[in-house]
Write a protein that binds this ligand. Structure first.
Ligand SMILES: [Zn+2]
Length: 103
């Protein structure tokens, strides 16, 4: 295989690996891969990379979802505590003003 052809194929490999290149490009890359072990090896490496990064993305998404759940819980607790404090403050002010009115 010529070095130039391999360089062009290497540029196309990411698109080929993700299945988003044109049908014509796919045919050319597939034909090239059948005769070029170097480019085939690069494609195999890309497959592994894509799988590993997808697993990593899922783990990160799970971690983010857990943090969002905890944040929602904390917001709920703080809101509840703030409402209780406000309620108690209003009640105590009403008692104070009630005491003033009776005097
Ligand atoms: Zn090649």
């Amino acid at each position: 295989m010529s070095k130039k052809t391999c360089e062009v194929i290497k540029d196309l490999l990411p698109l080929y690996a993700e299945g988003i290149c044109s049908e014509e490009s796919r045919t050319i890359v597939t034909r090239h891969l059948s005769g070029c072990s170097e480019c085939s090896e690069i494609l195999r490496g890309m497959g592994t990379e894509i799988r590993v990064s997808a697993d990593r993305d899922i783990a990160v998404m799970k971690k983010i979802r857990r943090r969002i759940r905890i944040a929602k819980l904390l917001v709920g607790l703080y809101t509840d505590a703030a409402c209780n404090r406000l309620f108690c403050l209003c009640r105590s002010q009403r008692k104070d003003s009630g005491a003033d009115a009776s005097m």
